[in-house]
Design a protein around this ligand. Structure first.
Ligand code: XMP
Length: 513
């Protein structure tokens, strides 16, 4: 049976995926399509509702993006958000103009509770506004259903035609009751039942991939992180042994991590995958000898990773498809190419065009991290694996300040393992965004058993963050820090001092390099 579907038409707004995600949270499958999708394609998709997103344009300007007016006669409920609302007003002959002052941020909106969109929502509610143009007149046969002190039309509708529009952004968390509004749109207006689950997403992806790949050969660079692991399971359920997972162990992983990944994905586990672990650590250590510059380290690790991967691909033979575990935030971040390069980030394996393949498959590209976890759970992946700490592609290479040596890798692995163990013992494991130990390149004098020491300082970091773009340091209880410190100086050879980093991002970054 086909799932209920709501489609989002993308007019270039910043929060488009968030809209889709909020609708999926109501239990209705939602996907994004370009604003100029044909009406025939819409008929073929047969959605229960359509949402127009925000966008950076002014509807009355020539370069404005628009859609076919016939969309309003398709008898499919429509919700316009921000630019989408202005577009509805404009296309149906209302009036949109530039306002004398922009309205931006949290705003008290007064609503008409008779609107189905605002069912069970407070009459006065905080909504997130972000607009310069405003709707001066609504089209004929439309009613104004919300206002703010400076915005005469914060929402309007024609309920018999099932066309609704809001100037504010219900999808962002700053709109207190936004989720409820989107739920009302899906259930009360589009009459959806909300019977879709992440498991259905996985099932649909598996089926699509099976049809696309047939008996072709597929290669996946498996890091053991959440995204590539979930992608591997989807692919393996779709095409079984047509998939080969290559796990490049660069020798810069956390303590025991390589073995843990192998235990899950090799024939020691129960997943029945073609799994190749390549122990390439010596190659990486050689390349990193005498290198101290963080960016140079990243580039060397990235380049070497690709070379190893390439060699493995050649051994396997002609590959038809390559799988990447790209998720939606990766796409947003790689789109930020006008901003300054702080670190040449994100994924060691920005995969090359050297392998002879037809296409890249990215089964998770529409999802956010927590949605990927839900897919993983639905497919039976171990929770331990799904809720792992984010770990950068270059691994411990960028958690050792300065030159990377085997001795330093051992130190940071041992200290980090103790830190993670004690965080777990204190019951804080699921509550901290990211935490880890790093090794400074500072040595200092200490005293142990009446003797002088001259050893390294370990630094502990723990941050709270929702998007990893900004972060604040976490107030870990003092006794937990004390215990970690004692254990590290006692158990890890070569360390006589432990520091805790209180800096936020900005001005620091989460990793030290
Ligand atoms: P920063 O240090 O930039 O880190 O504040 C933000 C998030 O990104 C991770 N990170 C990386 N991930 N390759 C990756 O795949 C990298 O080179 C890299 N550098 C940082 C970091 O762990 C944090 O989650």
């Amino acid at each position: 049976m086909k799932n209920e579907l709501i489609i989002v038409l993308d007019f270039g707004g910043q929060y488009n995926q968030l809209i889709a995600r909020r609708i999926r949270e109501t239990g209705v499958y939602c996907e994004i399509h370009p604003y100029n999708i044909s009406l025939d394609k819409i008929k073929e998709l047969s959605p229960k509702g359509i949402i127009f997103t925000g966008g950076p344009n002014s509807v009355y300007k020539e370069e404005a993006v628009t859609c076919d007016k016939e969309i309003f006669n398709m008898n499919i409920p429509i919700l316009g958000i921000c630019y989408g609302a202005q577009l509805i007003a404009h296309l149906l002959e209302g009036k949109v103009e530039a306002a004398s002052t922009s309205e931006y941020g949290k705003t008290v909106v007064t609503l008409d509770n008779f609107s189905k969109l605002f069912k069970n929502i407070n009459k006065e509610t905080i909504c997130w506004m972000s607009h310069t143009d405003y709707i001066k007149n609504v089209p004929k046969e439309f009613d104004i259903t919300a206002t703010t002190p400076v915005c005469p039309v914060a929402a309007f509708e024609n309920s018999s035609k099932k066309i609704y529009a809001v100037q504010f952004h219900p999808e962002v968390m700053h709109t207190d009751e936004g989720e409820k509004m989107l739920d009302n749109f899906a259930k009360e207006i589009c009459n959806c039942q909300g019977d879709w689950k992440m498991a259905d997403f996985a099932k649909a992806q598996i089926e699509q991939i099976r049809q696309k790949v047939g008996d072709g050969k597929v290669l996946l660079a498996l890091s053991g992180g959440v995204d590539s692991s979930v992608a591997a399971i989807i692919l393996s359920k779709a095409i079984g042994k047509g998939l080969t997972c290559v796990f490049v162990d660069h020798g810069l992983l956390r303590k025991n991590e390589g073995d843990e990944v192998e235990a899950v994905f090799s024939d020691k586990g129960n997943l029945d995958l073609n799994f190749i672990r390549v122990d390439a650590s010596e190659r990486f250590y050689n390349k990193l000898k005498n290198i101290t510059d963080p960016e140079q380290k990243r580039k060397i690790i990235g380049e070497e990773f690709i070379r190893v991967f390439e060699e493995e691909a050649k051994k396997i033979g002609k590959i038809d498809f390559l799988v990447q575990g790209t998720i939606y935030p990766d796409i947003i971040e790689s789109g930020h190419n006008k901003s300054a390069v702080i670190k040449s980030h994100h994924n060691v394996g920005g995969l090359p065009d050297y392998v002879d393949f037809k296409e890249i498959i990215e089964p998770l590209r529409l999802l956010f991290k927590d949605e990927v976890r839900k897919v993983g759970l639905a497919l039976g992946l171990d929770e331990k694996l799904l809720y792992r700490q984010p770990f950068p592609g270059p691994g411990l290479g960028i958690r050792i300040i300065g030159e990377v040596t085997k001795e330093k890798i051992q130190i940071v692995q041992d200290a980090d393992a103790i830190y993670r163990e004690e965080i777990k013992n204190a019951g804080l494991e699921g509550q901290i965004g990211q935490y880890f130990a790093a090794l400074t390149n500072m040595r200092s004098v200490g005293v142990m058993g009446d003797a002088r020491t001259y050893d390294y300082a370990i630094v502990l970091r723990a941050v709270e963050t929702s998007d990893f773009m900004t972060a604040t340091s976490v107030k870990i209880p003092w006794d937990v820090l004390e215990k970690v410190t004692n254990r590290i100086v006692n158990e890890v050879k070569g360390v006589n001092r432990v520091l805790y980093d209180l800096t936020g991002k900005p001005p620091a970054t989460i990793e030290f390099e």
